[in-house]
Design a protein around this ligand. Sequence first.
Ligand code: NAD
Length: 364
Amino acid sequence: MSMNRREFSRLGALALAAGVTCTLSAQTPPAGNERKTGYAVIGLGRIAAHFMPGAVNSTNSAITGLVSGHRDKAERIAAQYGVPASSIYSYDNFDEIAHNPAIDAVYVALPNSMHAEYTIRAAKAGKHVLCEKPMATSVADCEAMIAACKRANVKLMIAYRCHFEPLHLRSIQMIRDGELGQVQAISSCFGFNIAPGEWRLNRKLAGGGPLYDVGIYCLNACRYLTGEEPAGVQAFASTIDHDGRFNEVEENVSWTMRFPSGIVASCATTYGANMTGYFKVYGAKGWVQIDPAFNYDGVHLRAELSGQVIDQLSPSHDPYQFVAEAEHFSHCVQNNLEPQCPGEEGLKDMRYIAEIYRSAGIAT
Ligand code: NAD
């Protein structure tokens, strides 16, 4: 792969600033009789509907507040989770959570560009923050979120649920243990055929197209699979369907990342086709793939290592990833520990997204 020398050194500097290796995630030990961390859920949409059952199925988390622009919907969900009416907030009176001792943390499940505002307001209210991916829509917003949480002495974690997926952890372990031999290449894709009218197609709310939304899973996976930070990227973007959906964001992005060891990862994301999220890692002694990799359930690992075949399905079903995610963050909150994927992890991905966009010629 030919690499523009200037791009290579800019990314090299980024990787150094980021602390060259991507940390290996681990699962949280059972919490025992830990106090429950109470979460106020901000934005009662699709992902919140997976997180809430996950949290209440963990040993150490509870839903104790709701923040919504739709009072009737919030009341229905409050009844389901035993949240008192006094703990339902609107976006306007949200800051009053500061006075609610049942709320220890917030879970931010809003459109991407709103993550920064609500993280910073929650930190000012003295609440810990579990924020959905992508962390924000700009590097500057990510930095402001990290600074606000540090200033308020509250924890900040980005909800990268695959960091808690047992088969993802198993593939990382296989690679680290040398079972694949020297890794040479990775391929990873994730996309879907988006319906018109989604906020995801609005640049102001989404920040960009499918890379911010689902391509980020491929980017993040390549970093945790290699344990390295990209030293160079090259990217292309395109829009094929001129049917009104892609007036503000691009339809397709394909990109290649070169890691310091020489491993090359090829990734693609789209809003124009259903593309099951997967990754495949090729090493000198064999390969491992997870396909589907980024679903809420049905995650399927297959590997061939020196002739030995491994075939394993994820051990449980949705919302198991969310149970583990809530369990981990609550454990960190209760024991003053640094979470596995803190704000700095979201910031790194945002920097690489900016690099990919720059390479593809898309203004950020
Ligand atoms: P959604 O549209 O289903 O829900 C968004 C919520 O935000 C809704 O309740 C909506 O009412 C509220 N909202 C407040 N202000 C809004 C505005 N101006 N425009 C639109 N909605 C507004 O979205 P979602 O799929 O739940 O995504 C929410 C966040 O979660 C996004 O950042 C997304 O990237 C992330 N997400 C993460 C995963 C994951 O697996 N970790 C999966 C899906 C989405």
